[in-house]
Design a protein around this ligand. Structure first.
Ligand code: HPA
Ligand code: ZN
Length: 325
């Protein structure tokens, strides 16, 4: 299927959970390869389960399907499949999240995950024309101690990990719980991002900024509820990695037409548009660019602005950025 020209604009994808790119077809292929039985008859039955009420109902399925990811080859195949699709969608650079705790809890080691993913990432420029960086996320519904153990387990691989993030169930798990582990990550030279203001109120975004010292906020959707927060984000040019299709599927907003993206751009926020978990949310990032154009009337010049923002908000340095564009 050929994509509309606006969907194919060269862009960076900055909010993408690699486990959220597991398409039903690959899930069944890996299940067969690994002798894992999925509780769904076929890919169609699995797709029928993609009706979510909120973030938690999605996370339950997202973690359950990870049961098929066991070997380095599985992680390499997963990442390679994402990169192939991303290339078709105009992605030139991807900063990719992974959730090591969700794998380590199943007995899959940090080394298996990182070696597998980075095998695909290492050949991505040559195969897909996409440069990449890897961001390790802590699960915020797990303890601070578990996050610190995860950081320690990642130390042998830090040459391949650019930064840390924070994801999973937000409400009731404020950023302040992870103050120490973010400080330790900073001392190791890692960049810092965190999910905030997806389902949580603006206080979650303030904590990500002031307690964790993040350079970029993942989602930040609810920031508009607090004018002082908007002022701060605009003043410091803190990028937001918005994921409009995710917000609709997880029912943070009713319909795409209600998404505050336009108002956020009008307010001077450094907005980017991303796919989050594209296998589950009905579109990859190019599809998302097209969808905001259609549903929100974001005109082509502003769509191009979103693409420029994605490079500015990335962790590429100046010369890398020029190459990726
Ligand atoms: N929000 C929080 N945690 C996540 C998400 C999300 O959209 N996707 C995968 N983990
Ligand atoms: Zn996310």
């Amino acid at each position: 299927m050929s994509l509309a020209p606006l969907a194919r604009i060269p862009k960076a994808e900055l909010h993408l959970h690699i486990e959220g790119t597991l398409e039903p077809e690959l899930a069944f292929e890996l299940a067969a390869r690994n002798g894992v039985t999925l509780p769904y008859a076929d890919t169609e039955a699995l797709r029928q389960a993609y009706l979510f009420d909120d973030l938690q109902s999605f996370l339950d399925l997202y973690y359950a399907l990870m049961a098929v990811l066991l070997t380095e080859d599985d992680f390499a195949d997963l990442a390679d499949a994402y990169l192939a699709r991303a290339a078709e969608q105009g992605v030139r650079h991807a900063e990719i999240f992974f959730d090591p705790q969700a794998h380590m809890a199943r007995g899959v080691g940090m080394g298996t995950v990182v070696e597998g993913l980075t095998r695909a990432l290492a050949r991505s420029e040559e195969r897909h024309g996409i440069s990449t960086k890897l961001i390790m996320c802590f699960l915020r519904d797990q303890s601070a101690e578990s996050a610190m153990e995860t950081l320690r387990a990642a130390e042998p691989y830090l040459d391949r990990i650019v930064g840390v993030g924070l994801d999973s169930a937000e409400v009731g798990n404020p950023a302040s719980k992870f103050r120490e582990v973010y400080a330790a990550a900073g001392e190791l030279g890692l960049r810092k991002v965190a999910h905030a203001g997806e389902e949580g109120d603006p206080s979650y975004v303030w904590e990500a900024l002031d307690v964790l010292g993040v350079e970029r906020v993942d989602h930040g959707l609810r920031s508009m509820e607090d004018p002082k927060l908007v002022e701060r984000l605009v003043r410091d040019r803190v990028p937001l990695t918005l994921c409009p299709l995710s917000n609709v599927r997880l029912r943070t907003i009713d319909v795409l037409e209600d998404h505050p993206l336009r108002a956020m751009m009008d307010a001077g926020l450094l907005c980017t548009v991303n796919s989050d978990d594209p296998a589950y949310f009905g579109g990859y990032v190019g599809d998302t660019f097209h969808a905001v154009h259609e549903a929100l009337g974001i005109d082509p010049e502003r769509v191009r602005q979103l693409a420029r923002n994605s490079f500015e908000a990335s962790f590429l340095d100046g010369s890398e950025e020029d190459e990726a564009r």
